[in-house]
Design a protein around this ligand. Structure first.
Ligand SMILES: [Fe+2]
Length: 233
Protein backbone atom coordinates (compact mmCIF):
# COMPACT_ATOMS: atom_id res chain seq x y z
CA UNK A 1 0.00 0.00 0.00
CA UNK A 2 1.27 3.48 -0.87
CA UNK A 3 0.34 6.28 1.51
CA UNK A 4 0.00 9.99 0.70
CA UNK A 5 3.03 10.85 2.76
CA UNK A 6 5.07 8.33 0.84
CA UNK A 7 4.29 9.96 -2.47
CA UNK A 8 5.23 13.36 -1.07
CA UNK A 9 8.52 12.16 0.35
CA UNK A 10 9.26 10.27 -2.86
CA UNK A 11 8.91 13.48 -4.84
CA UNK A 12 11.26 15.22 -2.42
CA UNK A 13 13.80 12.43 -2.84
CA UNK A 14 13.72 12.50 -6.60
CA UNK A 15 14.00 16.28 -6.62
CA UNK A 16 16.85 16.17 -4.12
CA UNK A 17 18.74 13.60 -6.16
CA UNK A 18 18.28 15.63 -9.33
CA UNK A 19 19.53 18.81 -7.70
CA UNK A 20 22.46 17.00 -6.15
CA UNK A 21 23.44 15.50 -9.47
CA UNK A 22 23.72 18.89 -11.14
CA UNK A 23 25.02 21.08 -8.32
CA UNK A 24 28.32 19.34 -7.78
CA UNK A 25 31.51 18.72 -9.63
CA UNK A 26 34.04 21.40 -10.20
CA UNK A 27 36.91 19.08 -10.90
CA UNK A 28 36.50 17.89 -14.44
CA UNK A 29 38.11 18.95 -17.64
CA UNK A 30 36.68 15.90 -19.44
CA UNK A 31 33.07 15.71 -20.61
CA UNK A 32 30.81 14.80 -17.68
CA UNK A 33 29.03 11.46 -17.76
CA UNK A 34 25.30 11.20 -17.18
CA UNK A 35 24.79 9.92 -13.65
CA UNK A 36 22.56 6.86 -13.29
CA UNK A 37 19.25 7.78 -11.71
CA UNK A 38 17.95 5.61 -8.86
CA UNK A 39 14.17 5.83 -8.66
CA UNK A 40 12.95 5.23 -5.11
CA UNK A 41 10.23 2.64 -4.49
CA UNK A 42 7.04 3.47 -2.63
CA UNK A 43 6.70 1.81 0.74
CA UNK A 44 5.47 -1.70 -0.01
CA UNK A 45 3.60 -2.18 3.27
CA UNK A 46 0.94 -0.46 5.31
CA UNK A 47 3.01 0.97 8.20
CA UNK A 48 0.02 0.61 10.54
CA UNK A 49 -0.26 -3.11 9.89
CA UNK A 50 2.96 -4.59 11.30
CA UNK A 51 2.47 -6.07 14.75
CA UNK A 52 5.42 -5.26 16.98
CA UNK A 53 6.95 -2.51 14.81
CA UNK A 54 5.21 0.85 15.09
CA UNK A 55 3.98 3.09 12.31
CA UNK A 56 6.20 5.85 13.73
CA UNK A 57 9.35 3.73 13.39
CA UNK A 58 8.47 2.40 9.94
CA UNK A 59 7.60 5.85 8.58
CA UNK A 60 10.77 7.37 10.01
CA UNK A 61 12.83 4.45 8.73
CA UNK A 62 11.43 4.83 5.22
CA UNK A 63 11.65 8.59 5.03
CA UNK A 64 14.92 9.24 6.81
CA UNK A 65 17.02 6.16 6.26
CA UNK A 66 15.79 4.70 2.96
CA UNK A 67 15.02 7.95 1.14
CA UNK A 68 18.11 9.46 2.76
CA UNK A 69 20.24 6.76 1.13
CA UNK A 70 18.60 7.39 -2.25
CA UNK A 71 19.28 11.14 -1.99
CA UNK A 72 22.86 10.52 -0.92
CA UNK A 73 23.34 8.16 -3.85
CA UNK A 74 22.15 10.88 -6.24
CA UNK A 75 24.58 13.39 -4.76
CA UNK A 76 27.52 10.95 -4.92
CA UNK A 77 26.75 9.93 -8.48
CA UNK A 78 26.52 13.61 -9.43
CA UNK A 79 30.07 14.12 -8.17
CA UNK A 80 31.28 10.94 -9.87
CA UNK A 81 29.77 12.02 -13.20
CA UNK A 82 31.72 15.26 -13.04
CA UNK A 83 34.96 13.72 -11.83
CA UNK A 84 37.97 13.63 -14.11
CA UNK A 85 39.10 10.08 -13.27
CA UNK A 86 42.38 10.47 -15.19
CA UNK A 87 43.49 13.23 -12.82
CA UNK A 88 41.59 12.53 -9.60
CA UNK A 89 43.69 11.53 -6.56
CA UNK A 90 43.24 7.94 -5.39
CA UNK A 91 41.70 9.08 -2.10
CA UNK A 92 38.95 10.92 -3.97
CA UNK A 93 38.21 7.91 -6.21
CA UNK A 94 38.31 5.55 -3.21
CA UNK A 95 36.09 7.79 -1.12
CA UNK A 96 33.40 8.42 -3.71
CA UNK A 97 33.25 4.83 -4.99
CA UNK A 98 33.11 3.49 -1.42
CA UNK A 99 30.29 5.88 -0.53
CA UNK A 100 28.44 5.02 -3.76
CA UNK A 101 28.55 1.31 -2.80
CA UNK A 102 27.35 2.06 0.73
CA UNK A 103 24.44 4.23 -0.46
CA UNK A 104 23.39 1.88 -3.27
CA UNK A 105 23.42 -1.22 -1.06
CA UNK A 106 21.66 0.68 1.72
CA UNK A 107 18.85 1.59 -0.70
CA UNK A 108 18.54 -1.97 -2.04
CA UNK A 109 18.70 -3.63 1.40
CA UNK A 110 16.11 -1.25 2.84
CA UNK A 111 13.72 -2.05 -0.01
CA UNK A 112 14.18 -5.75 0.70
CA UNK A 113 13.66 -5.15 4.43
CA UNK A 114 10.32 -3.42 3.88
CA UNK A 115 9.33 -6.12 1.38
CA UNK A 116 10.16 -8.72 4.07
CA UNK A 117 7.51 -7.40 6.47
CA UNK A 118 3.80 -8.18 6.49
CA UNK A 119 1.66 -11.23 6.69
CA UNK A 120 3.42 -13.53 9.09
CA UNK A 121 2.59 -17.22 8.86
CA UNK A 122 5.10 -19.72 7.51
CA UNK A 123 6.98 -20.47 4.29
CA UNK A 124 5.31 -22.76 1.83
CA UNK A 125 5.95 -24.85 -1.25
CA UNK A 126 9.43 -25.04 -2.73
CA UNK A 127 10.86 -22.56 -0.21
CA UNK A 128 9.69 -24.64 2.73
CA UNK A 129 11.22 -27.74 1.09
CA UNK A 130 14.52 -25.90 0.49
CA UNK A 131 14.72 -24.65 4.09
CA UNK A 132 14.02 -28.16 5.38
CA UNK A 133 16.61 -29.63 3.04
CA UNK A 134 19.34 -27.06 3.78
CA UNK A 135 18.72 -26.59 7.54
CA UNK A 136 17.12 -29.84 8.67
CA UNK A 137 13.94 -28.12 9.81
CA UNK A 138 12.16 -24.78 9.76
CA UNK A 139 12.72 -24.50 13.51
CA UNK A 140 16.48 -24.94 13.07
CA UNK A 141 16.53 -22.23 10.41
CA UNK A 142 14.43 -19.87 12.56
CA UNK A 143 16.77 -20.36 15.51
CA UNK A 144 19.82 -19.62 13.35
CA UNK A 145 18.41 -16.54 11.59
CA UNK A 146 17.02 -15.12 14.82
CA UNK A 147 20.27 -15.76 16.72
CA UNK A 148 22.30 -13.86 14.13
CA UNK A 149 19.99 -10.85 14.55
CA UNK A 150 20.21 -11.00 18.33
CA UNK A 151 23.98 -11.38 18.16
CA UNK A 152 24.14 -8.15 16.15
CA UNK A 153 21.96 -6.35 18.73
CA UNK A 154 23.73 -3.45 20.36
CA UNK A 155 25.86 -3.06 17.28
CA UNK A 156 24.49 -2.81 13.78
CA UNK A 157 24.22 -4.75 10.56
CA UNK A 158 21.93 -6.94 8.52
CA UNK A 159 20.78 -10.54 8.56
CA UNK A 160 19.99 -11.93 5.12
CA UNK A 161 18.51 -15.17 3.89
CA UNK A 162 19.98 -15.54 0.42
CA UNK A 163 19.96 -18.09 -2.36
CA UNK A 164 23.37 -18.70 -3.86
CA UNK A 165 23.27 -19.99 -7.46
CA UNK A 166 26.91 -21.14 -7.15
CA UNK A 167 25.98 -23.64 -4.43
CA UNK A 168 22.30 -23.90 -5.33
CA UNK A 169 21.34 -23.56 -1.68
CA UNK A 170 20.12 -21.14 0.95
CA UNK A 171 22.51 -19.22 3.16
CA UNK A 172 21.75 -17.22 6.30
CA UNK A 173 24.19 -14.37 6.09
CA UNK A 174 25.68 -12.11 8.77
CA UNK A 175 26.54 -8.64 7.48
CA UNK A 176 28.30 -6.00 9.56
CA UNK A 177 27.36 -3.16 7.24
CA UNK A 178 25.90 -2.37 3.83
CA UNK A 179 28.93 -3.65 1.93
CA UNK A 180 29.44 -7.16 3.23
CA UNK A 181 26.92 -9.14 1.24
CA UNK A 182 27.61 -12.42 -0.52
CA UNK A 183 28.86 -11.90 -4.08
CA UNK A 184 26.14 -13.13 -6.47
CA UNK A 185 23.88 -14.05 -3.55
CA UNK A 186 20.19 -13.44 -4.23
CA UNK A 187 18.67 -11.88 -1.09
CA UNK A 188 15.22 -13.21 -0.21
CA UNK A 189 14.62 -12.01 3.34
CA UNK A 190 16.37 -9.09 5.02
CA UNK A 191 16.43 -8.00 8.67
CA UNK A 192 17.74 -4.52 9.50
CA UNK A 193 19.65 -4.51 12.80
CA UNK A 194 20.57 -0.84 12.86
CA UNK A 195 19.17 0.85 15.97
CA UNK A 196 16.99 3.21 13.92
CA UNK A 197 14.91 0.12 13.00
CA UNK A 198 13.79 -0.55 16.58
CA UNK A 199 15.14 1.83 19.22
CA UNK A 200 12.02 4.04 19.41
CA UNK A 201 9.94 0.88 20.00
CA UNK A 202 12.23 -1.28 22.12
CA UNK A 203 15.11 0.84 23.41
CA UNK A 204 18.11 -1.45 23.83
CA UNK A 205 15.98 -4.63 23.74
CA UNK A 206 17.08 -5.71 20.28
CA UNK A 207 16.01 -9.30 20.96
CA UNK A 208 12.35 -8.29 21.36
CA UNK A 209 12.51 -6.53 17.99
CA UNK A 210 13.99 -9.64 16.35
CA UNK A 211 11.16 -11.73 17.84
CA UNK A 212 8.59 -9.27 16.43
CA UNK A 213 10.24 -9.37 13.01
CA UNK A 214 10.20 -13.19 12.96
CA UNK A 215 6.43 -13.13 13.53
CA UNK A 216 5.82 -10.50 10.82
CA UNK A 217 7.73 -12.00 7.88
CA UNK A 218 5.99 -11.60 4.52
CA UNK A 219 6.46 -15.26 3.59
CA UNK A 220 4.45 -14.97 0.39
CA UNK A 221 6.96 -12.44 -0.92
CA UNK A 222 9.97 -14.46 0.25
CA UNK A 223 8.53 -17.57 -1.39
CA UNK A 224 8.06 -15.75 -4.66
CA UNK A 225 11.61 -14.30 -4.57
CA UNK A 226 12.96 -17.82 -3.95
CA UNK A 227 11.02 -19.24 -6.89
CA UNK A 228 12.45 -16.55 -9.16
CA UNK A 229 16.03 -16.87 -7.86
CA UNK A 230 16.13 -20.66 -8.05
CA UNK A 231 14.56 -20.66 -11.52
CA UNK A 232 17.00 -18.09 -12.89
CA UNK A 233 19.92 -19.42 -10.79
FE1 LIG B 1 17.67 0.82 8.23
Amino acid sequence: MTTTIDRRTLLHAVAGAAVASTATGTMTSAPAASPATYTPKPLSLDPKSIKGISEKVLASHYENNYLGAVKRLGAIRGQLADLDFAKAPNFVVNGLKREELIALNSAILHELYFDSLGGGGAPSGALRDAITSDYGSLERWRAEFSAIGKAEGGGSGWVILAYTPREKRLVTQWAADHTTTIAAGRPLLVLDMYEHAYHMDYGAKAGAYVDAFMEAIAWDNVTSLYAQASREG
